[in-house]
Write a new protein. Sequence first.
Lengths: 192, 268
Amino acid sequence: MTPAFQLDDAHAEDILLMGRVAARDQQAFARLFDRHSPIVLGVLTRMLSDRALAEEILQEAFLQAWQQAERYQPALATPRGWLLMMARSRALDRMRSTAARMRREDDLMREAPQTAEGIATSGLEADERRRHVIAAMGSLPAEQRECIELAFFGGLTHTQIADKLQAPLGTVKSRILLGMNKLRQSLASYSS
Amino acid sequence: MMKDTAALADLLPAHALGALDGEDLTVVDAALRVDRELQSAAAAWQREVEQLALAAEPLQVSETTRARVLQRIAQDSAVRTKAVSVVAPARPVAPDPGNRWLLRAVAAVLAVAVAWGLSDRSNMRGEVNRLQDNLAQVSAQLAKASNEIVTLKAQSHIVASPDMHPVVLAGLEAAPASVARTFISPHDGKALFYAYSLPAPPTGKQYQLWFIADGKPVSAGVFDVDREGNGSLLVDHVAPLASIQAWAVTIEPMGGLAAPSGAMVLKG
């Protein structure tokens, strides 16, 4: 079942900010940047294993958001989700255009255990929510978590994950489906 | 190869993660173009996937990057301003605490002046008049701010609508540098319209917004523009989205007409 769409205060403020950004309000853009750039940079740095490159991609993604703000559709994604989608897409393009993928994947796998054990919070995101997401990820069977992280942070497809893990394609698909369904349940219990 | 709905739904988590490839990706993308229920489910999975971002440690962006981004958008705005004078959008207006304080202070001074009997009436009368003027001014400001809050609440309701649909209106020959945006909330049949850089209408004329529904123009209201040619309008009754073919702005006699008669300046 599809979970109900929830509009909490932070999300509502984000949507209002997006409306103002679409109307070319630079202050609203600055506010949106300050609210979400830490999370976006965190994801990009995890994906690229290169802080400088991550900041460069972040800059491109936020400029794209400024230029395309009127195309944003609240029904399809939250403003943060929309920003992350653009940032991840740009990061994946960059990753695919370089020959350093193997090194990054190795770095990613070295970082992966952090997710299960929890990472120090920075106070920039609601700590409780973050702890819950980390705990939910940590509660997944290792092979499911590994596949999800390789897809989300590593930018790998089903086929590429199967190649990397030397696992049957069907097994990888099942691990992702099962893992995501478990995550949804865990996150829904937090929301409720 | 065709897949049934359940099989497609099972692919949505991987689609949201960006993990689909090959035939799976082709089939899901094709289904998403036509299946609204699947679109809704895909959007829900996107929101789940978004939360995975919280598993990465948030990092503070360097001041250099922040300054560079804000500088780039300022430059972008400046470039646009040359062609299209972009109006500062409506901002949430909170009741000004300063105004409230002033209102109370003025009222208190008046009360004290009256209580003391105004021994030197000739000197005090002028001061009382001045304070009363201030009080009237501040009251008017508060009333204006209250109205703005009501309007902004209505506007924010439209913009925050989960099914909000934006439409861009481009300037036509009569106003090539103008542009407008309509934000429609199909859910409650309301819309928010902003126009930028319209030329001042001829004397006795006003701009009128229309939507073309089922081939017929329907008036959405008239609006004025400021010195920079910017104007806005809150539309209370909008036809169902599927029946609207276009939005347009024409120049009409003051107060507007039931059917368009003047030059069309914007269309989208």
